[in-house]
Design a protein around this ligand. Structure first.
Ligand code: NAG
Ligand code: NAG
Length: 300
């Protein structure tokens, strides 16, 4: 229930996400050689199909609006933000999952997704549903870099990694799958301390991908996670209303993330990180669906 609910909230984030990420796209679209993706279900284009977890999007109605109408492992009715961005910059209409055996390094040279639904910054979050922890996404990226260098030569591979647009979208599950429902982290950290713990992990992650060659990166902020269908259903104090505590934690985390992004831009020469804010936009769709036309009204 938790994961299938996420599909609804995230498909709405596309528009604003684009407005912000376009800052990273050079005026000549052809100059983006690849889209490289890290994160959770918001951007997982199918990796969880190839690992032993129950967190899979491989059944109907997932994929009903995907070309062909079949589920692909995306936690979504159709394509995900990285797919649309890839098409927009003149690359493939979808970004292949790194673990999908149907693709090889020549496919991955123009786009690759390392994301895994239900993962988080915190290793303990990935452990809950046995999905790919963030450190392992980085290991897979390291492996990709090596394969790409073998395939195209080191110079060309480095150029692709330097000019690619990276999408990083992660963090919700650390709170709604781990911190709140599980005892362990709550017994160790206050929620503010836990936010800082996650940002410490994020800092390490950004340093690692920077040293592997990443330069143009979008970091997506958290959505109003207290309004995810799963969280509204589980809101026993005020049934079907948004969980305001979770929303406030998302806002607080986003403020910290914004400062963190400014720090990265100051401290890592040549890096360009944009913080992609989606909170207000998604909240507006949830609270004023009629503004967005008839199609959206079914979520109320
Ligand atoms: C990748 O697969 C395609 C067919 O799907 C094949 O034509 C191509 O040679 C393969 N490339 C590499 C580097 O293995
Ligand atoms: C997460 O696990 C990896 C692999 O065991 C480890 O290297 C890393 O230090 C862990 N991260 C944290 C924050 O504990």
């Amino acid at each position: 229930m938790m994961l299938s609910g996420m599909e609804l909230a995230y498909m709405y984030s596309l528009l604003l996400f684009f407005v912000q990420i376009l800052i990273l796209v050079p005026s000549s679209r052809a100059k983006v050689p690849a889209i490289i993706v890290f994160g959770d279900s918001t951007v997982d284009t199918g990796n969880n199909n190839y690992i032993p977890t129950i967190a899979k999007g491989n059944f109907q109605p997932y994929g009903r609006d995907f070309p062909g109408g079949f589920p692909t492992g995306r936690f979504c009715n159709g394509r995900l933000p990285p797919d649309f961005l890839s098409e927009y910059v003149g690359l493939k209409p979808t970004v292949p999952a790194y673990l999908d055996p149907a693709y090889n390094i020549s496919d991955f040279a123009t786009g690759v997704c390392f994301a895994s639904a239900a993962t988080g910054y915190d290793n303990a979050t990935a452990d809950i549903l046995q999905v790919i922890p963030l450190w392992k996404e980085v290991e897979n990226f390291r492996d990709y870099k090596k394969r790409l260098s073998d395939y195209l030569g080191i110079e060309k591979a480095n150029e692709i990694l330097r000019e690619a647009i990276y999408i990083v979208s992660i963090g919700t599950n650390d709170f709604i799958e781990n911190y709140y429902p599980m005892q362990m982290r709550r017994s160790q950290f206050t929620v503010k301390e836990y936010q800082d713990f996650l940002i410490g992990i994020a800092e390490n992650f950004f340093n690692q991908i920077y040293h592997l060659g990443a330069r143009k990166i979008s970091l997506t902020g958290l959505s109003p996670m207290g309004c995810l269908p799963s969280e509204r259903t589980a809101n026993f104090q005020d049934p079907f209303s948004c969980n305001e505590e979770y929303n406030n934690v998302a806002l607080e985390f986003n403020r910290k993330m914004k400062n963190f992004v400014a720090k990265l831009n100051r401290e890592l020469p040549g890096i360009r990180v944009v913080y992609s804010e989606i909170y207000d936009f998604i909240l507006e769709i949830i609270t004023k669906p009629s503004k967005f036309g008839k199609y959206w009204s079914y979520i109320q």
